[in-house]
Design a protein around this ligand. Structure first.
Ligand code: FUB
Length: 329
């Protein structure tokens, strides 16, 4: 009898684990009884062997991306997630009170860094000349990957030029590069000072090899000595470039993931336990919600490379990486 009960319990546990691993990811965090709406996932593997996903947080039924804090979740098997709560909120900043948009994180000099766009003012979409919206990039520090992160410089890294959607890439030699998109949705890179509290050198508008991408959310990673610059082109289609240096010049290589609906996408790419993973967000119907509209949720798929280093285009699945534990065992 005990064996039967144990068997049922184990089967139920396995079933729930597999269910949880499906897309969108269930981070196990409810806010006002509804699953937290997350977007702009930025995934990293730190030295404790866990994978951490830093996300922005859509308020339930929010209007026009007025967002207030950022969250982090972690896992060691891509199935069971731990929610660590908000790592930072605009209420803790002296220089911004809104637009807690797509963040990233890095580890350097024994500290964890959380880099984030935030801003203030109003965007008037009907009469743009009435807009007062301003956005900048901040950097906060912690001894722990889950925070709390503190804005120790108590200011954005710079005020001009306009900057949004930062991505931090630490190269093998320890140099830190900050990528972002600027005023005309062009992509820039700037080096970080060694203490990660300021930038050094010039803003470089990158040479994209003649095919000029526009929009948001850059992400850079390195594989086999090749640098990959990836972004949601036109805000929707994930595409990529490669280069032999972190500042380019870049060469366009193609599409990673096509667009879905007329909606933005934002992603990150990381290798974990031998598998390459593409994190992204999906706009999904939320019938349980009062606004009954599509809201954003984090999802993940496997990513594969061809022998020449090109990326095999990825399709969205419901299954996601539910079989991850079987692959990596
Ligand atoms: O989440 C707010 C904004 O929407 C992000 O900064 C963009 O990348 C887009 O995902």
């Amino acid at each position: 009898m005990n064996k039967i009960v144990t068997g049922i319990f184990v089967t139920a546990l396995l079933y729930s684990s597999i269910t949880l691993a499906k897309n969108p990811l269930d981070f196990g965090l409810l806010i006002d009884g509804k699953p937290i709406r997350t977007a702009d996932p930025s995934a990293h593997v730190w030295s404790d062997g866990r994978l951490y996903v830093y996300t922005s947080h859509d308020e339930e039924c929010q209007h026009d991306f007025h967002m207030k804090d950022w969250h982090v979740f972690s896992t060691d098997d891509m199935v069971n997630w731990q929610a660590h709560g908000a790592v930072l909120s605009v209420a803790e900043l002296s220089w911004a009170d809104d637009y807690a948009w797509a963040p990233d994180a890095a580890y350097k000099n024994g500290k964890y860094y959380f880099v984030f766009p935030a801003g203030t003012g109003i965007k008037d979409r009907v009469t743009p000349s009435n807009s007062t919206k301003w956005m900048g990039i901040g950097i906060a520090e912690s001894d722990s990957p889950t925070g709390p992160f503190k804005d120790v410089i108590d200011a954005p890294l710079w005020r001009e030029p306009y900057a949004n959607d930062p991505a931090l890439f630490i190269d093998d030699d320890g140099k830190a590069y900050l990528y972002f998109h600027g005023q005309n949705f062009d992509y820039y890179v700037v080096e970080m000072a060694d203490d990660m509290r300021s930038i050094q050198g010039d803003f470089i508008k990158m040479d994209m090899g003649g095919y000029e991408p526009k929009m948001e959310g850059p992400w850079v990673f390195k594989r086999d000595d090749l640098y990959y610059f990836t972004m949601p082109e036109g805000n929707r289609v994930l595409t990529y470039y490669t280069a032999t240096s972190p500042k380019g010049p870049w060469q366009y290589r193609g599409v990673i993931m096509e667009q879905e609906h007329q909606s933005n996408n934002h992603h990150s790419i990381v290798q974990y336990q031998g598998q390459w993973l593409l994190f992204y967000h999906r706009w999904l119907e939320t019938p349980e919600s009062s606004c009954q509209k599509r809201q954003r949720h984090t999802a993940v798929e496997y990513l594969y490379f061809n022998p020449d280093g090109s990326i095999v285009p990825v399709t969205r699945t419901e299954q996601g990486v539910a079989d991850f534990p079987n692959r990596t065992r």
